[in-house]
Design a protein around this ligand. Structure first.
Ligand SMILES: NC(=O)c1ccc[n+]([C@@H]2O[C@H](COP(=O)([O-])OP(=O)(O)OC[C@H]3O[C@@H](n4cnc5c(N)ncnc54)[C@H](O)[C@@H]3O)[C@@H](O)[C@H]2O)c1
Ligand SMILES: [Zn+2]
Ligand SMILES: [Zn+2]
Length: 366
């Protein structure tokens, strides 16, 4: 079957819209007719080869669509079901079996290997050249794509699929880091570094959890103004003031919780220094392999702080995505305010707007 898809062919180069052949779903897969897909910063860094992911490849990992075909061994989906797509995992390792599939020991291979476990890909181009598929088990920048079924989450028949794709990665990451890992107590303080889609999702989640001091830190002033509109109690423009001093002044003691969504080494160090005694900080921002950040072990030993490295909000997507949808329906997680839709043909513009800071969470609509 033919499908239109956006193909990454080289670093720092626009995705190419091509007509590809997509094969039939394997027994553990569903074929999904994509309705929409969010674009995550991770799509951009993989296009640019921060991690060694083979190209050409169809990226995209915040898909939402309708089940078109069902593999023989799949029992939980029917043709016509609406699904939001999350990452894939092996389901057999200790982490998967203990309720932490986002730390699956096979996570990198399964999500970044862009091949099935048997080495095949779902896509090939007009010359018969194979094109990588199954990025995060889904490769959602394609109108039709084969998806590992256990990564898909069934949603209600009237669910707004044009909106929900980003719950599968960026928003699950920010909200999950806060709700599943940091778990701020009502009345506590939290500092969030980076006011992109991930940081803003963290902010909305912190507000929903009852944190009463929510400090957003960024170097882009308009993003900070928007954060204030959506619930930040304080903002810090860290290009003009020292964020550690500012956070200590606002809180008196340092922040009870902190989240670094930038992956910038200096920001990670700032986060560790801005925490209160026995505070808890988390890193979700991605950096190139081998990136190191300074950590003052001399001073911080006595602080009793905790630092967590968090993948995909340590979520179980089939539990957490419906929870986020319910929070959204109740008006407590208004993530629709972060999104902007683009036609599929404008996908490269969407990447540019996201990189330049004008769009927080682009969603391409097929
Ligand atoms: N851990 C995971 O599982 C996971 C999942 C999804 C995304 N990510 C990563 O999370 C990060 C955030 O994603 P996003 O979509 O929000 O990206 P984004 O680019 O929209 O947001 C990053 C924000 O950080 C700000 N920033 C950059 N340098 C800064 C500095 N020195 N000080 C303060 N702020 C600074 C930027 O201005 C921007 O607002 C990315 O690195 C992405 O790859 C990780
Ligand atoms: Zn596993
Ligand atoms: Zn992502």
């Amino acid at each position: 079957m033919r499908t239109k898809a956006a193909v990454a062919t080289a670093p720092e180069t626009d995705l190419e819209i091509q007509n590809l052949e997509v094969d039939d779903p394997r027994s553990n897969e569903i074929q999904v007719k994509m309705v929409a897909s969010g674009i995550c910063h991770t799509d951009a860094i993989i296009r640019d080869q921060w991690y060694p992911v083979p190209q050409p490849v169809v990226l995209g990992h915040e898909g939402a669509g309708i089940v078109e075909k069902v593999g023989e061994a799949v029992t939980e989906f029917n043709v016509g079901d609406k699904v939001v797509l999350g990452p894939t995992f092996c389901g057999e390792c200790e982490q998967c079996l203990s309720g932490h599939p986002m730390y699956c020991i096979n996570f990198f291979d399964r999500n970044f290997g862009v091949r099935r476990a048997d080495g095949s890909t779902a896509f090939s181009d007009a010359d018969g050249t194979t094109v990588g598929s199954h990025f995060f088990g889904q490769s959602s920048f394609a109108q039709y794509t084969n998806v590992v079924a256990h990564g898909a989450v069934k949603v209600e028949e009237d669910a707004p699929l044009e909106l929900l794709g980003p719950l599968g990665c960026g928003l699950m990451t920010g909200a999950g880091a806060v709700l599943n890992v940091l778990r701020p107590k009502p009345g506590s303080s939290i500092a969030i570094f980076g006011t992109g889609a991930v940081g803003m999702a963290g902010m909305l989640a912190a507000k929903a959890a009852g944190a009463s001091t929510i400090i957003m830190v960024d170097i882009v002033a308009p993003r900070l103004e928007f954060a204030e509109e959506l619930g930040a109690t304080h903002t810090v423009e860290s290009s003009t003031v020292d964020p550690v001093d500012a956070i200590r002044e606002i809180t008196g003691t340092g922040a009870d919780y902190a989240l670094d969504t930038t992956g910038v080494p200096a920001v990670f160090s700032q986060m560790t220094k801005s925490l209160a005694i026995r505070g808890h900080g988390a890193l979700v921002g991605a950096a190139k392999l081998g990136t190191e950040a300074a950590f003052d072990i001399g001073t911080l030993l006595t602080s009793g702080i905790n630092i967590s490295m968090v993948i995909e909000g340590d979520a179980v997507p089939r539990e957490f995505i419906p929870r986020l949808i319910a929070l959204h329906q109740a008006g407590d997680f208004p993530f629709d305010k972060l999104t902007r839709t683009y036609a599929f043909n404008d996908i490269n513009q969407a990447f540019t707007d996201s990189a330049e800071g004008g769009t927080l969470k682009p969603i391409i609509v097929f």
